[in-house]
Design a protein around this ligand. Structure first.
Ligand SMILES: Cc1cc2nc3c(=O)[nH]c(=O)nc-3n(C[C@H](O)[C@H](O)[C@H](O)COP(=O)(O)OP(=O)(O)OC[C@H]3O[C@@H](n4cnc5c(N)ncnc54)[C@H](O)[C@@H]3O)c2cc1C
Length: 400
């Protein structure tokens, strides 16, 4: 068993950490106060080669692994979760296309967005007011009209939508089939794609979300990704991959909380000694450090499975809910260790609390992750022989 990164991954990890130290962490509080899209820093991340890593080389992309993507997400998430979400938004928007589009489709629709001088954005459009966790309830329609599809409906909470050039849209081609009638289409920006309400958030202010209204948006039929009716399956395969990215971002937040609290506990003197000497503080730090380390291992394992082509639904769900809960708990504990200073906005920790909360909600809430994980566990246990047999009513059963 080898836990080390490859040379290429190590270089990327070092580069992403150095980028974060220079361009994100020192500016995060100031950037948040501006409450606007962090275009400059994301442009720099694009130029540094930290975006669009998973686009295959045949389609003009870097063709890197999911493990590599998680390294960038953890490093940038350490500096600012909102900036990291903006840097990662193309991973989510383009993942369904990498999974199910042809190389020709990728070359036509994605390559121009990832090879120019200026950073460009995609937007992943699944959620609607009526379809949150219940993705199969999508009401947006895609109707065939000759050689085109006509898309009508409204999405909400869509990350980077106001900046996006390409929208990956989940729409129903056969509503009566529910989940099985969902399809995925690439919709380039046009006058028929309108940006609605911009959402106001408690944290991650360095990312932008909005409604998107598809008002009879017409696209050629070659914008269909995969086959009609494959949308739900593609969405689930996408989330299995991208949840490792959110888990990585959460690991960055969890580690930042450890580091800020650890630094403070060394410096802050009370009762004639540094507060880190108090066992009550030290034990909190130990638990926080273990949560961050466990998050990192779960995340990298989930990404490694995907890179090996091994189904990782359960492991990516584990990684996402564990790391997001770890980020939340560590942020709260860091504030406690910092006392009154943890509550002040000049220090980074109150922002970590606000930023971390979203990690438990987006890309499938932590409850939904537990539904996915427990469903997999129950399936694995249905016919499992643990070696302990008690016969009840002719079947294996618990001792009653
Ligand atoms: C800042 C932000 C960015 C986002 N970015 C995007 C994006 O780019 N693209 C996109 O498509 N979406 C995006 N989303 C949407 C996000 O994925 C959804 O908010 C999330 O999936 C939950 O849906 P919902 O908000 O409708 O909550 P609901 O589904 O209404 O859930 C409400 C509560 O019920 C619980 N619940 C629901 N079903 C179950 C169940 N079966 N078992 C147990 N509990 C359950 C949930 O866990 C939650 O606690 C974003 C959201 C936010 C806030």
């Amino acid at each position: 068993m080898d836990f080390s990164l490859s040379d290429k991954e190590q270089k990327l990890w070092d580069k992403a950490k150095a980028f974060t130290m220079e361009h994100i962490t020192p500016h995060a509080i100031e950037l948040e106060k501006r409450n606007e899209f962090p275009k400059d820093v994301v442009q720099k991340a694009y130029e540094a080669g930290l975006m669009n890593l998973h686009i295959p080389a045949e389609a003009g992309g870097p063709g890197q692994s999911l493990v590599s993507e998680t390294l960038v997400s953890e490093a940038t998430g350490y500096g600012d979760a909102g900036v990291a979400t903006t840097i990662m938004c193309n991973n989510l928007a383009f993942a369904p296309l990498v999974i199910a589009a042809t190389i020709d489709q990728l070359k036509t629709y994605v390559r121009p967005l990832i090879t120019g001088k200026e950073v460009k954005f995609g937007a992943f459009c699944l959620t609607e007011r009526v379809a949150g966790s219940d993705a199969g309830a999508v009401a947006t329609r895609a109707e065939k009209d000759g050689d085109e599809y006509v898309i009508t409906g409204m999405k909400c909470f869509i990350t980077s939508a106001p900046q996006a050039s390409l929208f990956t849209v989940f729409a129903s081609t056969q509503p009566e089939l529910k989940n099985k009638g969902l399809s995925v289409l690439m919709v380039p920006k046009s006058k028929a794609v309108k940006i609605g309400l911009i959402e106001n958030k408690m944290g991650q202010k360095n990312s932008v979300q909005s409604e998107v209204i598809f008002d009879h948006a017409r696209v050629p039929k070659d914008c269909l990704v995969g086959k009609e009716g494959e949308g739900f399956k593609i969405a689930m395969m996408t989330l299995d991959k991208t949840r490792a990215g959110i888990a990585a971002l959460a690991t960055g937040v969890a580690q930042r909380a450890v580091d800020e609290a650890g630094k403070f506990a060394n410096i802050r003197q009370q009762f004639g000694q540094s507060i880190g000497n108090f066992q009550g503080i030290g034990f909190m730090l130990a638990d926080m450090g273990a949560r961050a380390a466990a998050s990192r291992q779960l995340t990298r394992y989930a990404a490694w499975l995907a890179d090996k082509g091994i189904r990782n639904s359960k492991d990516s769900a584990f990684a996402k809910f564990f790391a997001a809960d770890a980020a939340m708990q560590n942020a709260i504990d860091a504030a406690q260790i910092m006392g009154g200073y943890g509550y002040l906005s000049e220090y980074p920790v109150e922002k970590l609390i606000r930023d971390a909360k979203l990690l438990q909600i987006y890309e499938g809430t932590n409850q939904v992750q537990r539904v996915v994980a427990s469903g997999n566990i129950l399936k694995e246990c249905a016919n499992l022989d643990t070696g302990f047999h008690v016969k009840y009513d002719g079947r294996d059963a618990p001792l009653m």
